[in-house]
Design a protein around this ligand. Structure first.
Ligand code: OSB
Ligand code: MG
Length: 367
């Protein structure tokens, strides 16, 4: 396909409620949207970086640079077969996977339109609907957190994930378990701890957590292997897995028993499928992580999560869990069983991008 034009649009969308993790407190989604025009079609990709390099080493400014100065020149006014060829062409770039993924995702969007097939069909997805969980940020008080848990349990979310940080961990878990002894519960530390905290994680074995997500440093699968051997609760890696090679090494070392796949973190859907396949071969269950995305990224996550080894509940919530306004028609929503229907060519479910909404949320655009 011939690439005619590429726009990078910056949008800001306020969160309904601030979302706090161990590394930042978010009040709005500040995001870049990549819009690729090709032979009368338009493909969209959402860049999942944040305002600063807090989750990983990238942020919106570094992504903008990589997209504009490296990726756009590879594509603009050229012919490209699709995402696979794009990944071969950019393989000289080290890291910067959030930036790469945003363009890769837009190329998948074009590919689905050109071939008249859903993303689910193109990647070999098998589920018609997927089960979703909720990720709950750090709250000002434990009481406020307990109220949030209750609210989302009533909406039917299949798993409750609680963000933790030093000082907001074991006491919080005690209260949560006291009030909700039987719920499917997980925690996510976003790399806030070290092996000095090993006793704390041993004590967490008492809380019947389905897994502990990314307790230790982003770039350290060695210490995670030590920790995994010392505790019964499975470790799920998020930040540490940026490629299929990372996944292979982590599995070989025994650094985790579960992996959360985010197509953004690993450079796109193409790499995500490879990680999915590798994990399946090694009996490592996976689930789809979230980056507080707008509808464009959210919808692609739904399709990715239709692959057969995505067996645990995903961080894909209804749009209205985060936003009053979103950029897709319709907004992503949950069914009465708290599942999300995967768009495909047979069930009539499909999403389009709401240009008027994109315009309202836009703060700048360059071509
Ligand atoms: O680690 O999974 C994470 C949000 C921002 C950055 C990192 C993470 C998260 C979440 C929210 O947990 C998941 C979601 O989008 O609902
Ligand atoms: Mg995480």
């Amino acid at each position: 396909m011939r690439i005619d034009r590429i726009d990078v649009i910056r949008v800001k969308n306020p969160f309904l409620h601030p979302f706090e993790t161990s590394f930042a407190r978010f009040v709005e989604r500040d995001a870049l949207i990549v819009k690729i025009y090709s032979e009368g079609l338009v493909g969209y990709g959402e860049c999942k970086a944040f305002h600063a390099p807090l989750y990983n080493a990238e942020d919106n400014v570094t992504c903008h640079h990589i997209i504009k100065d490296l990726l756009v020149p590879i594509l603009l006014h050229k012919d490209i077969e699709g995402p696979e060829e794009f990944m071969r062409k950019i393989s000289f770039i080290r890291g910067n996977r959030l930036a790469i993924a945003s363009v890769e995702n837009a190329l998948w969007d074009l590919k689905t339109q050109r071939e008249g097939k859903s993303l689910k069909t193109l990647i070999g997805g098998t589920y018609n609907e997927i089960k979703v969980g909720v990720s709950l940020g750090i709250e000002p008080t434990i009481t406020a957190l307990l109220q949030k848990i209750e609210k989302y349990l009533l909406e039917g979310y299949h798993r409750t994930k609680i963000k933790i940080k030093p000082g907001w961990d074991i006491e919080v878990l005690k209260e949560v378990r006291k009030n909700f002894p039987d719920i499917t519960l997980t925690i996510d530390a976003n790399s806030a701890y070290s092996l000095d905290d090993i006793e704390l994680f041993k004590a967490m074995d008492d809380f019947n957590l389905s897994y502990i997500e990314q307790p230790l440093a982003e770039n350290d699968i060695v210490d995670h292997a030590v920790l995994q051997k010392a505790i019964k609760t499975p470790i799920c890696l998020d930040e540490s897995i940026t490629s299929v090679e990372d996944a292979r090494r982590a599995i070989a070392l025994g650094s985790c028993k579960i992996i959360n796949i985010k197509s953004s973190r690993v450079g796109g859907i193409y790499e995500s499928v490879k990680i999915h396949d590798l994990c399946m071969k090694h009996d490592i269950p996976v689930w789809c992580g979230g980056m507080l995305e707008l509808g464009i990224g959210r919808v692609q996550n739904i399709s990715l999560a239709s692959l057969p080894n995505f067996t645990l509940a995903h961080d894909i919530a209804a749009s209205k869990r985060y936003y009053t306004e979103d950029v897709t028609i319709p907004y992503v929503d949950i069914t009465k069983d708290c599942t999300i229907i995967v768009p495909d060519e047979t069930n009539g479910v499909c999403y389009t991008v709401d240009e008027a909404s994109l315009d309202r949320l836009m703060v700048s655009r360059d071509v």
